[in-house]
Write a protein that binds this ligand. Sequence first.
Ligand code: ZN
Ligand code: ZN
Length: 161
Amino acid sequence: MQWKQEIKEKEHMVAMLAEETRKVQIHKAESRAQLLKLRKKVEIDSRLARDDRKRLEDELSRLRMSCQMSDMLLEDDSFWSNSIEATASSSIAPYESSHETSRHWNCMLCLQNEVSVVFLPCTHQVICFPCYERNIKTVGGLCPYCQVKIEESIRVYGPSS
Ligand SMILES: [Zn+2]
Ligand SMILES: [Zn+2]
């Protein structure tokens, strides 16, 4: 009878132990699951952070690019307006005095008076009115600059005439 009791107790102990082991194992599994979950969360978080950073970097580089683009466009604008200005002034003033300080253009014939006649249709403004009057008959009514027949001449007045 004694040994039966012992066996029973032993079985009980084994059962208890098994139960304990099971509990521990469950706990272990739970904590492992918890750990995995936590690790996954950290991974996701860090991936999100990485994505965020990547997105930010993309945004930044896009901004930089558009900045550069607008810089280039601005440069282009100034380039174009500069070249337009240069073209305009060169077409308006083919005989601009070589003196940088002089603001008027001198007659290509007498080289003294300010130009004061515009020829049509060539629109050249290259000689002064006195020279035009003096030479119109001898030059045969041709523009002294381009030799195109002058169909009309317009007396113009500059700031110093
Ligand atoms: Zn002249
Ligand atoms: Zn002409």
